[in-house]
Write a protein that binds this ligand. Sequence first.
Ligand code: SF4
Ligand code: SF4
Length: 404
Amino acid sequence: MDQLALNRNDLQIIEAPEPKEVILPLKGLEGRDKLRIKIGQRLITGQVLYPGLYSSVTGIVKSIDSMSFPDDDYTVIRVEVADEDEFDEAIKAEPDFQGKTPAELLELLNRANLGISEDLADIDTVFVTAVDPDPLSLVYQQVLKEFKAELSEGFKLIKYLTSAKRVILAISEEAKELGSAAIGDVADLMLVKSQYPNGLPELLAQRIAEQDSSAKLAFIKIEKLISALTILKEGKPAIYKLVTVNTKSGVNNYRVRLGTPIKEIIKEDELNNNDKIIIGSPLRGAACFNLETPVTADIDLIYVQDTDEVYNYQNLQCINCGKCVKVCPVNLEVNLICRYAEFALFERCAELDVNACIECGLCAYYCPSGRALVQFIRLAKDEIKQQNIEQLLVTTENSTEEDQ
Ligand code: SF4
Ligand code: SF4
């Protein structure tokens, strides 16, 4: 990977073939007994299977198992997909959305598998983000290009749905004109340089915190905003996701049915033995070891790292070159933090504010010693959490002050 921003105006959306089987994931294993379905049952598209889990297809439940994903264990429901969708009629079109109250609309959007109400609850500022957070993802750029005509109505909708004082569109400097036309007088514009990591929500939030550190923020991807509009127009649930697929044969944006296993998009015979599949970019994504992993609403990018390109950390000694410190967008003493983490001095890591790290991966990208810096940081964060170190530090500081 030799660039930290990818801009492409020429991509068209490719419709991925409809899958023969989908895998619907429910985080954790404990919800399994509470699922409202059994093996052999016919599901319809949009049916509620568990609070927050919907069927993205019409078909027959083949199995209910468990599967490990990078972040957790999941209960997974395999569904053999029927030729045609039968949609759950509980989801109705509301094209003239102002005829309903915001609460009614939010309920409808959540019922339609959009999960938007939690984003909008009890906040001061809503960010609509139109800058791809990953340096190799092109999803937001594509949505801006394809749905130019819908953007303005989307902003009227978001303003109507939320009681937040401010709605902000975060958009790249190159798309300033498009953004201004879209927001009209209902939102503010935040221009972002299209260079990684500027589009990461944590850094956008930092810009607001400089003006008002107590503001409660929520982020909504531009894709989700357009999905909300489409649901209200068509009365159908959210069942597709736009995903950038970056392989040695090229970069494409696919519209994929939610639940489609990755093996249906990236064929096993196109991969060499040592190719590595990453969900997200190599800088901050997670390696995917199981091609059965399904496409979910959180996945923007699937990146295949070629055998020759797979990077192996060397973990040589730190030579104190300072490059990691120089590139860190949140100004951490990365070299020190990682040395402390390497020798299990996690209290020192906490004192150096390791939890402020946004895991952008830039430090490791530039480290000439090939040190696994982000892994050290994740280890430190995890140990600090497990050992409750931050709490201990606060208690110690307080008791020292009282002693004086
Ligand atoms: S990953 Fe590295 S560069 Fe990025 S915020 Fe964390 S310490 Fe800084
Ligand atoms: S970039 Fe690598 S070698 Fe240089 S100071 Fe940071 S950790 Fe040490």
